[in-house]
Ligand binder design. Structure first.
Ligand code: PXG
Length: 456
C-alpha cells in the first residue's frame, strides 16, 4: 500500500500527536508545526507547500549522490527479491556483505584491509570503542582503556558516542557520562584562536594531546578519537599543522589513532577520507552516511593492519555485532554507490573542479557585512555571523542570529544549517557549477534579510 495522500495540515497534526523527533525542542515544534518534505530530485527538495529548496546539507551530510538515483533503488529492489535478510553471525555470510567488504578494502587500499559492518555512524563509533578495548586486552594491557576525544566533537547519540563526543548540552542530559572518556580543546581558530598565527594555534591544540596523555599516564591511554573536520560542531577545519602533530604524538606513545569519517568519508574533502586529505594514517576509521548516500542505513569500521590483524588472528570470540551488520540490501546499495563514485569520477570532480569552484564562490560571502569569516574545504562551507567584523564580536544570544538566518534560508529555497551563529553547508557532491551559483546567491540574499531583521 502506498503512503496515503494527506494535506499538509493533516500531516502536521498527526506528526504533533505521535512523532517524537530527534534533536528537537518539542514545545518549539508544537508551536510551529513540522516542515513536511514530500519528494526530492538531484540536489533539490520539494515541500508540502510546493516549494523547491536547494538542499545545502545533503539531507544530514549523507545524500552525497543526490536524490532520485534509479540505480540505487534498483539495486535495493533486486537484493530484496533475492535475499532480503540474512545475518553474518555464527560462521555464515552472504555475497553482498562479502563483496562489499572486498570492494571497500579495494577502495581504501592499501592501508585498510578489513571491515566490520554496522547500521549507522553511532554504531560504528561504539564498535570502534569496543575494538580499541579489545585490542589492548589482546595485547595484555587491559589497563590501557582511556579514550581521548575533543570538546565540541560529535560521535553520535549512543551513550558511548555521546560520552566520547564533547557536546556540553548533550553531556548535561547524561545522568552518568561513561567513565574513561576525556577531552581536549578543539582546533577552532576563528572562535578560540583569535590573534594567534593559525599554524602555531594548530600545534598548541595538538600538543594538548601530549599534555593530556602525560596527565593520565601514557600506559593508561588507549586511543585518540576525532573527526578530521568537525561537522556537527560547525565545520571546524584544523590548521595544516594540527593532524601531523596529532599523529606524531599518538605514534610516540603507541596509542591508537581513530578518525571518525562519518561525514568526511567518501569524497566530501575531495579525497577518499578526511585522514587522507590531512596526510595521516589512522589505525581505525568509522564511516556511515555517504557509504550508502543515505538511501538506506549502514555504517562500517575500516581497520588497518595493526588492529585488524590482532582482532582477526584469534584470542577467542569478539562478543559484538548487530542484527543488521552487513545487511544485504544496504550492502547492495553501498556497492552501487561505490560504482557510481568511480563511474562518474565524483571524488575527482570535487577535488579538481567543483570543490575549488565552490570554495572560490563561497569565499565571496566574506564581503558581506554580517560575515566575520567564510571558510571551507572540498564540499564543506561555513560562515561566521558577527556584529563586528574587526573584533569578531557576536550578536547577543537572544537575537538568535543563526536561527533567524536558517529560517530565512528555508523560506527562500535553501537548506543551510545553524550551529549557534555559524552557518554551515555540505551540499551533495554532484552539485554542478550552476547549483553552486544558486547556493551562494541564495545564501547572500538570506544574509541580507538576516542583517535587516537584526537591525530591528
Ligand atoms: N560521527 C560523526 C562524525 C557524525 O557526524 C555520527 C558519528 C553518528 O552517526 P548516526 O548515523 O548514528 O547519526 C555522526 C552523525 C548535525 C548532525 O546536526 C550530524 C550528525 C547526525 C545528526 C545531525 O550536524 N552526524
Amino acid at each position: 500500500m502506498p503512503i496515503p495522500i494527506r494535506s499538509k495540515q493533516d500531516w502536521q497534526a498527526l506528526d504533533a500527536a505521535h512523532h517524537l523527533h530527534p534533536f528537537t525542542d518539542y514545545a518549539d515544534l508544537a508551536a510551529k508545526g513540522a516542515r513536511i518534505i514530500s519528494w526530492a530530485e538531484g540536489a533539490h527538495l520539494h515541500d508540502a507547500d510546493g516549494r523547491t529548496i536547494l538542499d545545502g546539507m545533503s539531507g544530514l551530510w549523507c545524500v552525497n549522490l543526490g536524490y532520485g538515483r534509479r540505480e540505487l533503488a534498483e539495486a535495493a529492489q533486486r537484493q530484496m527479491l533475492e535475499l532480503p535478510y540474512y545475518n553474518n553471525f555464527f560462521q555464515t555470510a552472504h555475497p553482498p556483505a562479502i563483496e562489499l567488504a572486498h570492494r571497500l578494502a579495494e577502495f581504501a587500499a592499501p592501508d585498510y584491509t578489513r571491515v566490520f559492518f554496522t547500521g549507522s555512524g553511532s554504531e560504528s563509533v561504539d564498535t570502534a570503542i569496543r575494538m580499541i578495548w579489545r585490542y589492548w586486552q589482546l595485547q595484555g594491557q587491559p589497563q590501557r582503556n582511556v579514550i581521548i576525544g575533543r570538546r565540541n566533537g560529535y560521535h553520535g547519540s549512543t551513550i558511548a558516542g555521546a560520552s566520547l563526543g564533547g557536546m556540553k548540552a548533550v553531556h548535561a542530559q547524561l545522568a552518568h557520562p561513561l567513565p574513561g572518556f576525556v577531552h581536549i580543546d578543539q582546533p577552532y581558530a576563528f572562535g578560540e584562536g583569535a590573534g594567534l598565527d593559525p599554524a602555531a594555534f594548530g600545534l598548541e591544540r595538538a600538543r594538548q594531546l601530549a599534555q593530556k596523555i602525560e596527565e593520565i599516564g601514557p600506559d593508561k591511554v588507549a586511543a585518540f578519537f576525532a573527526e578530521p573536520i568537525q561537522g556537527a560542531g560547525g565545520v571546524i577545519i584544523p590548521p595544516d599543522t594540527y593532524w601531523p602533530e596529532i599523529e606524531r604524538i599518538c605514534r610516540h606513545h603507541g596509542i591508537l589513532l581513530v578518525t571518525d569519517e562519518v561525514i568526511c568519508g567518501f569524497g566530501r574533502t575531495g579525497q577518499r577520507f578526511g585522514a587522507e586529505y590531512f596526510g595521516v594514517k589512522p589505525d581505525l576509521m568509522t564511516v556511515a552516511k555517504g557509504l550508502t548516500s543515505g538511501y538506506v542505513p549502514m555504517g562500517a569500521v575500516l581497520l588497518g593492519a595493526r588492529v585488524g590483524e590482532a582482532l582477526a588472528s584469534g584470542g577467542g570470540e569478539f562478543f559484538h555485532g548487530y542484527t543488521y551488520s552487513g545487511h544485504p540490501v544496504a550492502a547492495a546499495v553501498a556497492l552501487e554507490v561505490l560504482r557510481v563514485l568511480e563511474r562518474e569520477r565524483v571524488i575527482e570532480r570535487v577535488r579538481e573542479d567543483t570543490g575549488p569552484y565552490l570554495q572560490q564562490r563561497w569565499r565571496t560571502l566574506a564581503e558581506h557585512p554580517l560575515v566575520g569569516e567564510a571558510r571551507g574545504l572540498g564540499f564543506f562551507g561555513a560562515i561566521e555571523l558577527v556584529k563586528d567584523k574587526a573584533s569578531r564580536e557576536r550578536f547577543p544570544e537572544e537575537k538568535s542570529a543563526g536561527l533567524r538566518c536558517r529560517e530565512f534560508c528555508f523560506d527562500n529555497g535553501l537548506v543551510m544549517r545553524a550551529v549557534g551563529d555559524t552557518m554551515i553547508v555540505a551540499p551533495p557532491l554532484i552539485l554542478d557549477r550552476d547549483g553552486i551559483d544558486e547556493l551562494v546567491e541564495k545564501a547572500w540574499k538570506c544574509l541580507d534579510l538576516t542583517a535587516q531583521a537584526l537591525r530591528n
